[in-house]
Design a protein around this ligand. Sequence first.
Ligand SMILES: C[S@@+](CC[C@H](N)C(=O)[O-])C[C@H]1O[C@@H](n2cnc3c(N)ncnc32)[C@H](O)[C@@H]1O
Length: 248
Amino acid sequence: MDALGNGLLRSAVRGEADTSQAVSGHFCYGLPMKTRTKRRISNMLRNAGLWGYARALTAKIRGDERQWINGGCHSPPPHGVKMKIVKAHLKKFGIANFVETGTYLGDTLESIAKTGAKCLSIELDTKLYRFAHKRFSGWKNVELMQGNSGDLMHEVVRSLNEPTLFWLDGHYSGGITAQGHKDTPISEELSAILGHHVKGHVILIDDARCFNGMGDYPRLDQLIKQLNQHSHYCCEVSCDMVRITPIL
Ligand SMILES: C[S@@+](CC[C@H](N)C(=O)[O-])C[C@H]1O[C@@H](n2cnc3c(N)ncnc32)[C@H](O)[C@@H]1O
């Protein structure tokens, strides 16, 4: 047995830490090389004061998100990634108001409301609206409306005096979701928002893959061309979202 092996054996028999493996006060017993390397790295991060940061980075990317990344980010991203994108836009543009079309079960709404943003969500289906009403009773920063967001958006934007992030996701999606006279009220929603006197809004349209020119959905290239004509905004598509952001 070599010197290192002897050291480990002696320590193990005595039930002590092998100080030859100690890194800055954190002891490594007779552990496999991979584990020791991990320990060394974590100890170095701790000593450099970066442990919390590294933990946060690795803890937040897991499960379905990791799978999506490892798969090359081709499919629509998992919900968690979409929420990170929405929150990043709130932060980047310093926006404190959030308007959602299509409340559904309220998962996006809860995720954004937890940031403290003032939230409003519109749902066409009465049962889903009532469900959300119960779920958000007691939330002071959440307001709910029931009706067709294509009709209600004019009234909503009239009440706004500052830049708002719009999450446009109110469309028929099968199952328990509502089907209005159109599968998607996107044209009406966009004309209300883009016609508003405040020009610093951020508009994120979910499910960009649906914009294929079928039914009530415009074709994605037509939509982008139309949106890029608005001189205050620029438009791009990524992660299954159409992103319309103010030109700063
Ligand atoms: C894809 S789900 C929304 C998911 C939700 N935004 C989330 O991120 O958790 C679409 C929702 O839009 C609603 N909906 C359909 N047409 C609508 C319309 N014209 N106005 C408002 N909501 C509508 C459906 O009932 C359904 O709840």
